[in-house]
Ligand binder design. Sequence first.
Ligand SMILES: [Zn+2]
Length: 364
Amino acid sequence: MADPSLDPTAYEFVRPARMRQVLEETPIVFLPVGCVEYHGPHLPLGVDMLTADNLCHRTAAVTGGVVLPPLWLASGVLPLPHGIVVDVTVLRSVVRPVLRQLAEGGFKAIVVFSGHGALDHLHVLREETDRLMDEFPDVNALTTVWNELNAGMEGDIHDHGAKVETSYLMEFHPHTVDLTTLEDDPEAEHVGVYAANPRFTASREWGEIMSEHAVGRLARIIEGFSDGERADSWVMLRQLVERLQAGDLEIVEDSGRIRDGSVSFELYNPHPQSKYITAVSWLAVDGHQVDLSGATLANPSVGEGHTDVPVERLGPLTGFYIRRDQRMVITLPQARIGSGDHEVEARFVLADVLEIGAQGSLRA
Ligand SMILES: [Zn+2]
């Protein structure tokens, strides 16, 4: 194994004279952010921070600059064994002074690179890099993620614990991946793995292709800063959400329940990727708009555990996940409909940047 101190881009191994040279010639710093989170039986818990860390070092090898040790604090970590989650306010209170001191220390390009894709976590990081640019107008501060950097690429570029994340680890740390812990059946499902069984899909080659693409795109963005371009942490998010989360939800026809005047029914996500709902724009039954006060969402799937989330409390930091093949239950205390067949129509906002719908008949 190569001694990590031999990497000339590792902040913690750089002596002051070399750091002065970096600040003079290529004042670029990367902060990899990840988490420890369950990703299935075949992957180490640090997948997210390891992926971010490796992609930062590979980018720094192209652009110059230095990479801080990865930060493993994150919000939005799945409630599965061995994960550690902190509140978004903790993340913010750590990241804000770190970014400010990097800017005060003379860095002109600051890249917060997340290996963890939870959208509340990313929203806080984006807000903090934007805030830093307001405070330091000569600094470019960018928040990005591996899947956003590859949003324009053909093939699978996003999942949890499946082909994509497994392939990255096979490329970076192959000895940490054990595909034999996965069932020898392409159809088998595993907790924490949100796509087809990676035993049959992941490869080191795909990890290498994704890495090269992500590094190339990030290096071009950073090089653009020298030509006067400003960092924009939202443009790639829009591109990614349009690619991954577009497509309507389905209303589960026979799921309607009326109890004590309140109506509940299920919506199904037939698409291969998760949707992160940050608002319910409106909902109508038989053409009449329903008052959403008191309305709640629930996702009863294993590993989610979200029950009775008030629709009024949804937002970019408090979004609601409905993943591939999952159903969510919406409960409407103000719907006031009778039993029988109804037409339902609804609009949802995803990740604060994209609107989708749901339309269909409901038997209650
Ligand atoms: Zn991950």
